[in-house]
Ligand binder design. Structure first.
Ligand code: PLP
Length: 385
């Protein structure tokens, strides 16, 4: 058996052809593939605008800039996420406060958000960054209702969930990152995620004004738009009107993204099939806690997370069998950087209890039946020892 990692990209011949085609074209960066990728991605997640960027982390930074995060502004996020979800507010000088997770969904606990908002003076908090953890669509409709009441902005970190959705209270299908209940949403195209472009990311929104800001900040704050410029000296002329960055995606990467997108929906159903097999195989085994998925939710399964008491033992047992499971995540508030800001172990009891037991098993569309059975056997072999 070949080594099996927890996640892995799938690159088909058509992907390779698409990139080679772009290499032979006029443009390597800022060419026609970017626009096409943005339009097709927007359609895939059911939103109006999409802005392709260099990675998911800068997507978050651009969101914080577009929503005008100022020094001292306080935003809320979950401790069970990749650090970048929190860091984007720090980039702009703002402050992050963590809110504990829901023990069933592993996403931010919405009741705890509300408790925090009720007990703080009006205007204390400026925004929330919910995460569709592991591919579970966070109940963003409910978060939106709370955020409206307290005048908070929302950036949905949908890195784990392109293709996931939930049925809302009006029976409408809401795709993760569609920005119906958020100001902005973001995605990553890192190879362990659903769609791989090497490095890459996307911001989505339904708001034209935010869209324009994202485009401006993505490319140095430079514009050729007459309406934004003080002067115009001719065809060559541009003005730098804001302090922006070079956060662009290249045309080669966009070509890969377009090609990958064609198989994205199929990839999600494959992931769901794999998840069903795991859940079925472990259903009778008391020592293993499998994900809870309500009927109105279509989980995108970036990760398949189980909880077991001897997590370290299982991790090592699998490693010996060349199965490279992983832990998602070490709670962000216990990172030394955030500890320096006053956070400590014990602050987020549900997240910390979850962290002690969680393990992400191999989950990617090209995982074969044989490989999956091997993983299942090794897991069961360990827990029933
Ligand atoms: C991967 C990831 C990011 C960052 O994306 P990069 O493309 O690696 O910068 C942000 N948030 C979450 C939840 C992620 O999983």
């Amino acid at each position: 058996m070949k080594p099996i990692s927890y996640g892995r990209q799938s690159i088909a011949q058509e992907d390779i052809d698409a990139v080679v085609e772009t290499l032979k074209s006029e443009y390597l960066t800022q060419g026609p593939q970017i626009k096409e990728f943005e339009e097709k991605f927007a359609k895939y997640v059911d939103t109006k605008y999409a802005v392709a960027v260099a990675n998911g982390t800068v997507a978050l930074h651009l969101c914080a800039m577009a929503l005008d995060v100022q020094p001292g502004d306080k935003w809320l996020t979950t401790p069970i996420t990749f650090a970048a979800s929190a860091n984007c507010i720090k980039y702009c000088g703002g402050e992050i406060e963590f809110v504990d997770i829901d023990p069933e969904t592993y996403c931010i606990d919405i009741d705890k958000i509300e408790q925090k908002l009720i007990s703080a003076p009006a205007g204390t908090y400026k925004g929330i960054i919910p995460v569709d953890f592991a591919g579970y669509p966070v109940d963003i409709e409910k978060i939106y209702a709370v955020a409206k009441k307290y005048d908070l902005k929302i950036i949905e970190d949908a890195c784990h969930a392109p293709g996931g959705y939930f049925i809302d209270s009006k029976e409408i299908n809401q795709k993760c990152g569609n920005s119906r209940f958020a100001d902005l949403a973001i995605f990553s195209f890192h190879p362990v995620k659903h769609i791989a472009t090497g490095e890459g990311g996307m911001v989505t929104t339904n708001d034209k004004e935010l869209y324009d800001k994202l485009c401006l900040y993505r490319t140095h704050g430079i514009t050729k738009d007459e309406n934004l410029m003080d002067e115009n000296h001719g065809g060559w002329y541009y003005e730098m009107v804001e302090l922006g960055y070079n956060y662009r995606l290249s045309d080669m990467q966009a070509a890969l993204g377009i090609s990958q997108l064609k198989r994205a929906a199929e990839g999600v159903s494959q992931r769901q099939k794999i998840a069903d097999s795991y859940t079925k195989a472990f259903s009778e085994i008391e020592e293993i806690q499998t994900p809870v998925v309500p009927k109105n939710v279509s989980h995108a399964y970036h990760l398949y997370v189980i909880q077991v008491d001897d997590r370290k033992g299982l991790y090592e047992h699998l490693r010996e069998a060349k199965i490279f499971s992983q832990v998602h995540y070490i709670p962000v508030h216990t990172m030394p950087y955030y500890k320096k800001q006053g956070w400590k172990k014990g602050d987020m009891p549900v997240a910390e209890a979850y962290y002690k037991k969680c393990l992400s098993l191999p989950m990617f569309p090209t995982l074969s039946n044989e490989e999956q059975q091997y993983v299942i056997n090794k897991v069961i072999e360990f827990v029933s020892k």
